[in-house]
Design a protein around this ligand. Structure first.
Ligand SMILES: Nc1ncnc2c1ncn2[C@@H]1O[C@H](COP(=O)(O)OP(=O)(O)O)[C@@H](O)[C@H]1O
Ligand SMILES: [Mg+2]
Length: 455
């Protein structure tokens, strides 16, 4: 009478200890995250390498050539200025240079540039410095901070200073930014496309996981259809076949046992009638008691088998079920303390669960004076404990008492309860919801029954 249970999908926690565990913890846990990482990492790596190559080769070369071009022009102007005889000639030269070179040139007679203290900053100033060293061969100063987008170059001539204002565009390739923009833009576009595609690929896997999880918890798996990539479809088809087989097995087993029990009733009734014909010797009394026992066992099982499977899971307020079970036990004179920690709503077969609770509470009050019922949420499960201050059950028998018709006292004393199906049924109900019942020693002195229901 066991149902499928054990691990539920969300209670699965991967082992994450040790150095490999650390890497695993840093990596994304979901398939979605991992697939994105697999797609995006090579692209980003590629872009980094491409950018590096671009800067190292192209950008360096470009800056160099531009700097040498400007330095060469300045060098030519200086040579011309040195050749010019009069001030008028010099003015002519400067005007010609301004017209043709996209540079602003001024001559400051008798000026002296101060000796350079600061070293040249940045790739641009350094490259330009190198070019001027080679093409002009005179003391100079480069300053890119005098005006934005302009660079000032001052060269010491024998009788004054030539001041050149060069626009940055003459020294700077603006394609750099466009290149970077394209890189980032392309990465974004790729990222977006990857997200959309991966979402669609992973949705069927998520649905399959959810369906398997729901089935494990005994909930209805409705509107589940085959979709996604071939492998996912295969897994989903296998799941459907497996679900079909499990459901068939459960109902076959229940039907068969119910049939057997039902058919046993007729011969038992006959035996009872025949026993009535005998006189009342003690042997006959014993036989009669046995037959009555068997009858009750069969009735008990039939009552359970009839209820099983028929009920559909519906969203249920578990606290209400607990309160109902408790108050009906209280009406029979039990002393019960109830402690409910908060709202507990989940899909359940309400009548089955109520029966399970009634069985546990009924046991407790049968063997003890005082009963404590407690319910609350623990991470991924709801836990209900039923404690009592009775004699309890020896640890070795904690599993035995769940077996059908197993009763501890072994006596036929009907005053202490039923036929030995109470705990069997209770566990069956909880396992059909994907949970389990376990027994333990109660801190109150008696037995503790612990019900765990996955949410
Ligand atoms: N709270 C309890 N305290 C002590 N013994 C218990 C308790 N609950 C169950 N048991 C023991 O476990 C056996 C099985 O319980 P159960 O399956 O409910 O059958 P039943 O109540 O029909 O005897 C009981 O016969 C009893 O010996
Ligand atoms: Mg019982």
């Amino acid at each position: 009478m066991t149902a499928i249970h054990e691990l539920t999908a969300r209670s699965y926690v991967p082992d994450r200890r040790g150095p490999r565990g650390l890497i695993k913890r840093l990596l994304p846990q979901t398939l979605f995250g991992r697939s994105l990482l697999i797609i995006v990492t090579p692209v980003i790596l590629l872009q980094v390498v491409a950018t590096w190559i671009f800067y190292d080769r192209h950008w360096d070369t470009m800056t160099n050539r531009l700097a040498f071009a400007v330095a060469g022009e300045i060098g030519m102007v200086i040579e011309q200025l040195e050749r010019d005889g009069s001030m008028a000639d010099r003015t002519d030269t400067l005007a010609m240079a301004a017209r043709t070179m996209d540079l602003i040139l001024t001559f400051e007679p008798e000026a002296v540039i101060p000796p350079r203290h600061n070293s040249l900053n940045g790739l641009l100033e350094r490259t330009l410095g190198m070019a001027l060293d080679e093409r002009v061969r005179k003391p100079f100063n480069v300053d890119s901070r005098v005006a934005s987008n302009w660079i000032e170059i001052r060269v010491q001539l024998t009788d004054g200073v030539l001041s050149v204002m060069a626009p940055e565009r003459r020294l700077f390739s603006s394609t750099t930014y466009i290149f970077l923009l394209w890189m980032v833009g392309a990465a974004m576009v790729l990222f977006a496309i990857a997200i959309i595609f991966m979402r669609n690929q992973i949705r069927p896997i998520r649905r399959l996981a959810a369906a398997a999880d729901a089935f494990g918890k005994g909930r209805d798996v409705t509107r589940f259809k085959l979709e996604g990539a071939t492998e996912v479809r295969q897994a989903a088809a296998a799941f459907l076949v497996m679900r079909e087989r499990i459901q068939r097995q459960i109902s076959q087993r229940t039907e068969m046992l119910a049939g057997v029990s039902h058919d046993l009733r007729t011969p038992l009734t006959r035996m009872k009638l025949q026993l009535e014909l005998f006189n009342d010797s003690p042997d006959v009394e014993d036989l009669k008691a046995d037959v009555i026992d068997m009858e009750q066992m069969i009735e008990g099982y039939l009552a359970f088998a009839r209820g099983e499977g028929a009920e559909a899971p519906v969203p249920t307020d578990l606290n209400r079920l607990i309160n109902e079970a408790v108050s009906s036990a209280r009406r029979d004179g039990a002393i019960i303390d109830v402690h409910l920690e908060g709202e507990l709503n989940l899909p359940l077969r309400p009548n089955s669960v109520k029966r399970c609770l009634a069985n546990l509470i009924g046991n407790a009050r049968r063997y003890a004076d005082h009963v404590w019922v407690q319910a609350g949420r623990r991470e991924d499960a709801i836990e209900i404990t039923v404690d009592d201050d009775g004699p309890g059950i020896p640890t070795g028998s904690h599993e035995d008492v769940f077996r059908p018709f197993f009763r501890l006292e072994g006596s036929r004393n009907r005053s202490t309860g039923g036929v030995g199906l109470g705990l069997t049924i209770a566990r069956d109900v909880i396992r059909s919801h994907g949970g389990d019942i376990t027994l333990a020693e109660s801190p109150r002195g008696g037995l503790r029954a612990l019900v765990r229901l996955p949410v």
